[in-house]
Ligand binder design. Structure first.
Ligand code: ADP
Ligand code: MG
Length: 571
């Protein structure tokens, strides 16, 4: 795991070396400073040579400047290193998540992925920056300072050393308390955020039930809880700072008292006493770093472990090594004894046999939950079959590359997802790098151009958050334009018009009919009127394919389809 972690430093080796060596330099300068002071007091002061003292002080000043500069380098380049590693990991994670199959998203909460990408990576970045550097610096300053202190005066060094564990314990405890306080606070702010999100995105529901007061009351409660936790967190923080301040002063005082006594007994020189006091200050920083590391390391490593777990998850649906790139399929689709289930417990499709001829329009009808959408998701390999096989133009779809297979299939669904951006960009999503002319052409075919002509910025009009500025019918037209642009030989219309009112549906239907011309088309329809002209109707129930035939044949048969038909037209 550690080795894995360090592999992320590789591309930033230079940065790491500069940062690390600067940090070592800073530590050396810090260790040397008290020695210089000691030398100044004990050896130079008695000589009363003012010139030498000035020269030494000027040198010390130069060293200070150098140290300041190095500290700037350490802070800046160190953080840059951490941020670089964090960025690399974030991109790796995003790329990885983008390539996952549908089942991954069925089983993973979006919030989960988001927290991987934000919180975890932040912790990892912090560890990447501070981890190795701080661990080394702590070790170096500690051993360095104590070694020097022991050579100067073992008694006093021992007294200082005895104090250290208490300091570490105190700081560690404070860190723990602070962590807990922050965590509670973050929990509460998450609650507040969730309330805001609910109340804003659900504002139409809130207002239609006139529940504003209720929402405000709920919000006030959560906001109050957050206030309490945040004040508590800052109280702990203030307590931490004060008690650490006190303990360090105590350490200095003890060293001072014992040191003074040693000076009285001529066991210690004045300069040595001063340097001891200064060393107690040098020690404070690494001690604080130790406790920070104690916190950073488990947090960062836990994040890194989760990160690696996610990265290790191979996409379920992958190309075979010898997968074939297909092009211009005819759309001769066949299901051969296909079995499928989303999970181990419920089988959704059982032994399905199905043949769809090139250019044919086949309608799927049946009760909700029967498996119509499932049948259609198997064709672009959003999921792989558990048994049997699906072929297109007599070739198993698992022998084709995923990319080329999917480029041959267009899907228009009930919900149209629009991306933040312009109308044009959203149409062009159907085929990146399409020319303006092709985009306009596609919009015309979808009868979207009339809509666009009335928009303030035409094709450059920004679509509001989640496409709120477009009506359902307009969004559907955009989806159709996208698919015209993609121009696939196989088309799947999954309840494309089910969310629309009958009048809009009738208008969209015409565009859909044009879209399905010369393509193998699978239509899933709720309202039977829309499939009147289908070449064939397939009735899917939980028993599988129950009936099959033309619209009129199925009516004659007086089976499931006839019953569905009766229910819809009885009113
Ligand atoms: P239809 O489109 O005919 O309404 P579906 O194909 O969407 O039916 O669903 C068939 C069955 O599979 C249903 O029982 C449904 O609950 C289940 N199902 C659909 N999608 C998933 C999924 N992503 N994960 C688990 N079960 C699913
Ligand atoms: Mg469905």
């Amino acid at each position: 795991m550690i080795k894995d972690f360090f592999s992320y430093y590789k591309p930033h080796k230079r940065l790491f070396i500069i940062d690390f060596s600067s940090a070592v330099f800073v530590a050396i300068l810090e260790l040397a400073f008290p020695l210089a002071v000691q030398w100044l007091i004990d050896d130079l002061l008695p000589g009363r040579d003012w010139n030498i003292i000035i020269i030494v002080c000027i040198t010390l000043f130069a060293v200070y400047i150098l140290s300041t500069f190095l500290q700037y380098i350490v802070s800046y380049l160190g953080h840059k290193l951490g941020i670089n590693i964090e960025t690399d990991m974030r991109e790796q994670l995003f790329t990885h998540v983008q390539r996952q199959s549908f089942r991954f998203f069925d089983n993973t909460k979006t919030g989960h992925i988001m927290s991987r990408i934000t919180n975890d990576l932040f912790d990892i970045g912090e560890l990447a920056h501070h981890g190795p550097e701080d661990a080394f610096i702590v070790l170096m300053t500690f051993t360095g300072a104590f070694w020097i202190m022991f050579t100067v005066n073992p008694t006093l060094a021992l007294i200082a050393l005895v104090m250290v564990p208490f300091l570490i314990a105190l700081i560690t405890y404070c860190n723990y308390a602070m962590n807990r306080a922050w965590r509670n606070m973050y929990g509460k702010i998450a609650d507040v955020n969730a309330r805001v999100e609910d109340a804003v995105s659900g504002v139409r529901v809130v207002q239609s039930f006139t529940n504003e007061e209720f929402e405000i009351k709920r919000f006030r409660k959560d906001n109050g809880l957050f206030r309490k936790e945040k004040i508590g967190a800052y109280r702990v923080m203030s307590g931490t700072h004060s008690s650490i301040y006190m303990m360090t002063r105590l350490l200095t005082l003890i060293v001072l008292v014992v040191g003074a006594w040693l000076v009285f007994n001529n066991e210690l020189q004045y300069g040595e006493l001063v340097s001891f006091v200064l060393y107690t200050n040098v020690l404070i920083r690494p001690i604080e770093k130790i406790s920070a590391l104690l916190e950073l390391y488990p947090k960062g490593m836990a994040g890194f472990r989760r990160f690696r777990e996610l990265i290790a998850q191979e996409p379920e649906i992958k190309d075979k090594p010898d997968a074939v790139k297909v092009d211009k399929l005819h759309g001769d689709i066949e299901f051969h004894q296909v079995d499928f289930s989303y999970d181990r417990y419920h089988s959704v499709l059982n032994n399905i046999d199905l043949k769809i001829n090139p250019g044919e329009t086949v309608a799927f009808v049946g009760p909700s939950g029967a498996g119509k959408t499932t049948i259609c998701s198997l064709i672009p390999r959003f999921y792989d079959v558990n048994g049997g096989k699906i072929t297109i133009d007599q070739m198993d779809i698992r022998d084709m590359t995923k990319q080329s297979l999917r480029s041959q299939i267009g899907i228009v669904q009930q919900d149209v997802f629009l991306f933040t951006g312009t109308i044009k960009e959203n149409i062009a999503y159907g085929r990146q790098h399409a020319t303006d002319e092709e985009i306009i052409n596609a919009a015309k075919k979808a009868h979207l151009d009339e809509v666009i002509a009335n928009l303030p910025d035409g094709y450059e009009t920004q679509i509001g958050e989640r496409g709120l500025k477009l009506s359902g019918g307009q969004k559907q037209r955009l989806a159709i334009a996208r698919t015209f642009l993609k121009n696939p030989p196989i088309l799947i219309l999954d309840e494309a018009t089910s969310a629309l009112d009958t009048e809009t549906e009738r208008l969209i239907q015409q565009s859909l009919d044009e879209l399905s011309e010369n393509r193998t088309t699978l239509v899933i329809a709720h309202r039977l009127a829309t499939i009147r002209d289908a070449d064939r109707v397939i009735v899917v129930t939980k028993n599988g394919i129950e009936e099959e035939g033309s619209y009129d044949e199925l009516l004659e048969k007086k089976g499931v389809f006839a019953r569905l038909h009766e229910i819809q037209y009885k009113r």
